[in-house]
Design a protein around this ligand. Structure first.
Ligand code: BG6
Length: 484
């Protein structure tokens, strides 16, 4: 067999988030998070956020796929595939149910200890996301989430607690999942823990950001940047071997045409969505273009004199990102309105899309890996990538050749980037076991190598089945990405 282009110690694996897989939303003293207040939706009917839990409405995070109680079975299956890494999130509300409690919840700490120990037993390196849309709802009501600077201290108390607790079990940490989504028309409640003014969907199909929203968003995100940097600073005191990463939702944007205005638009969107956060977290400072961006948004970031030094000191070691699709930048408002993609860009007429309208573009992954590595020169991790599809279970399996095709093409694109000289540490496929979709709340939008018998209404046996892609990915890992 040809020698692999990937590093010998490359981490192949999968990723999940607690609120999308664990269920057990009240078990063992867990508090409520914002994610627990989102109802199920569909591709054409948004999830609703309800301030109170309504009787008769369906909240997928309450049940999900019961990973909280079935993690032993699930991690065993990951080990059977040969996973080298499992990206999971620790749910803040299992450790501090209200976010501002005096003491951590011992049962929550014990649970994640068992999960992490099991990963170690199988030789799987855990990659832990500290905040993946699991913001304590109590702090939403009390302080409107990240709008309030006091949230920083609550978060750092939480992150110090888990870093102390798991300092011998975890090396790789991610502070915030997809920290940039609020700049892409979504995530104000899920990511920033802010109370929506109206029932609003999570990914907002690129709603225009109003100056009022913009001030909340850029200041909320600034508080998250400080909280992330402080976590990094504190973490290095706890264990100097810890490695921290940012996690950005990549936004690959091509010009819709070669008109200079379109080229500039594509450039501008990428600056404002990808580099806005990347620069702060990797370089420790806001990029120069932030000035004109804030002017356009009519927003001001309120900083304290010590913030600059904190951001500089608390920079991350590696850059992690999710990659699903690309879009196009256009200066033509009519084209944009008619063809809007989920991330506020125009759809690309040359690309096919998934059933949920996410346009499939493996080349975009190579492009993003190169662009990002050239800018930051720190190792990269692809911590989310995959295809959401409506799988059919037949004779206890799923023939998901479409998923294998998708993943193969993206891994090939990643291999080309390695040959271009990009240093990539890991590839953790999103939703390695079927979980609840974040954008629609459906179970029907499945990503996994493992099928779970559970439907959108929370009905099913919860039995796990291996799909064709399960055996395929096992070969990919065994051959270090050569046998595709
Ligand atoms: C990313 C999120 O945006 O995309 C995940 O980090 C999410 O939480 C994933 O699940 C896929 O999106 P969806 O909506 O298909 O679940």
């Amino acid at each position: 067999m040809k020698k692999s282009v990937f590093r010998e110690d490359f981490y192949w694996g999968g990723a999940t988030a607690s609120n999308q897989c664990e269920g057990a939303w009240k078990q063992d003293g867990k508090g409520e998070s914002c994610a627990d207040h989102f109802t199920v939706g569909k591709v054409d009917s948004p999830r609703r956020f309800t301030k109170e839990i309504e009787e008769g409405s369906i909240y997928p995070s309450h049940f999900a796929v019961n990973h909280y109680n079935q993690y032993e079975e699930d991690i065993k299956l990951f080990a059977e595939m040969g996973f080298k890494m499992y990206r999971l999130s620790i749910n803040w509300t299992r450790i501090f149910p209200n976010g501002d409690d005096q003491k951590p919840n011992q049962k929550g700490l014990d649970h994640y200890r068992s999960v992490l120990e099991l990963c170690r037993k199988y030789g799987i390196e855990p990659l832990v996301t500290m905040s993946h849309y699991e913001f304590p709802y109590h702090l939403t009501k009390k302080w409107n989430g990240w709008e309030d600077r006091r949230t920083i201290d609550c978060f750092v108390t939480y992150t110090k607690t888990i870093m102390e607790e798991y300092k011998d079990l975890v090396t790789y940490w991610l502070t915030f999942n997809e920290i940039n989504t609020p700049l892409m028309g979504g995530g104000v409640t899920m990511s920033l823990g802010m109370m929506p003014k109206e029932e609003k969907l999570f990914f907002g199909k690129g709603d225009k950001i109003t100056p009022n929203d913009a001030n909340l968003i850029v200041n909320g995100m600034h508080h998250q940047f400080i909280a992330s940097a402080k976590t990094v600073i504190e973490g290095r005191k706890i264990n100097p071997n810890f490695k921290f990463g940012c996690m950005i939702a990549s936004n690959v944007v091509y010009p819709y045409t070669c008109k200079p205005e379109d080229v500039m638009k594509a450039w501008e969107v990428q600056q404002r969505t990808n580099y806005y956060c990347g620069d702060v977290m990797v370089r420790g400072e806001y990029a120069p273009f932030t000035k004109s961006y804030l002017k356009d948004l009519q927003a001001t970031i309120h900083t304290l004199p010590e913030d600059d030094a904190i951001l500089k000191e608390g920079v991350v070691d590696y850059y992690a990102f999710s990659y699903y699709m690309s879009g196009c930048g256009t200066a033509d408002k009519e084209i944009l309105e008619k063809n809007k993609s989920i991330f506020s860009t125009a759809k690309n007429p040359y690309l096919k899309a998934s059933e949920w309208g996410w346009q499939i573009d493996p080349e975009g992954l190579r492009y993003y890996l190169n662009e990002t590595y050239n800018r930051y020169k720190v190792p990269l991790m692809v911590v989310e990538n995959g295809l959401g599809a409506n799988d059919k279970l037949e004779n206890d399996t799923v023939h998901d050749s479409y998923r294998i095709d998708y993943l193969r093409q993206h891994i090939q694109a990643m291999a080309k980037a390695v040959e271009d000289g990009v240093d990539i540490l890991a590839y953790t496929m999103w939703g390695c076991i079927d979980i609840v979709s974040a954008s629609t709340g459906e179970m029907k939008k499945r990503y996994g190598f493992i099928y779970v018998d559970m439907d959108d209404r929370g009905k099913g046996t919860l039995k796990r089945y291996k799909k064709d892609s399960f055996y395929w990915f096992k070969k990919v890992i065994q051959s270090n990405g050569e046998d595709l």
